[in-house]
Write a protein that binds this ligand. Structure first.
Ligand SMILES: Nc1ncnc2c1ncn2[C@@H]1O[C@H](COP(=O)(O)OP(=O)(O)O)[C@@H](O)[C@H]1O
Ligand SMILES: [Mg+2]
Length: 162
């Protein structure tokens, strides 16, 4: 039977589990990829990104880009741009801020509140949905491109082996 790599879902019992998901997924990503993070305020998007950056070898402090809109990290695999577009009033701000240039083949873009740039931001390679569930979070990772599919396949291989 063919394996379906288009989505993976699960439960994250606590903050450590969200960090772990990010850290594990970091090993499966590649430069040029755009990952969109969906979920309410406090769902764990920034926590997940913290784990992801740690998994990419960054050991410093990860600030939420709530006010700065973007925080960038120059790491061995790629320059990582972590966006939080919550404060956008209009999707055109994506172009006005010059963010279109940040999506490059040597960068990895992680976007919180992508719906705030609807129509301006290109379709993602992968998305993560986080939803409050009792004291934890439900998550779903979805691939939207060949690149995203390849990453999700690596993730499934990695987690099946452990
Ligand atoms: N799986 C989880 N279960 C319970 N609490 C979590 C989980 N993941 C993260 N948290 C907590 O929820 C909050 C999420 O905050 P944050 O990551 O800033 O959310 P967002 O960026 O989506 O607004 C943090 O207080 C974090 O400790
Ligand atoms: Mg956040």
């Amino acid at each position: 039977m063919a394996t379906d790599h288009t989505s993976v879902a699960g439960f994250l019992a606590d903050e450590a589990a969200t960090l772990h998901l990010g850290q594990t997924l970091a090993n499966c990503l590649q430069a040029g990829l755009q990952l969109q993070l969906h979920g309410d305020l406090g769902a764990g998007k920034t926590t997940f990104t913290r784990g992801l950056l740690r998994g990419l070898g960054y050991s410093g402090k990860v600030k939420s880009p709530t006010y700065t809109l973007v925080e960038s990290y120059s790491l061995p695999m790629a320059t990582v741009h972590h966006f939080d577009l919550y404060r956008f009033n209009d999707p055109r701000e994506w172009f006005d801020a010059g963010f279109a240039d940040y999506l490059a083949s040597d960068s990895l873009c992680i976007v919180e509140w992508p719906q705030k740039a609807a129509g301006a931001l290109p379709a993602p390679d992968m998305s993560l949905e986080l939803q409050m569930a009792n004291d934890g979070r439900n998550y779903r990772l979805v691939a939207h491109s060949e690149t995203g599919n390849a990453c999700l396949a690596r993730y499934q291989t990695l987690t099946a082996a452990s």
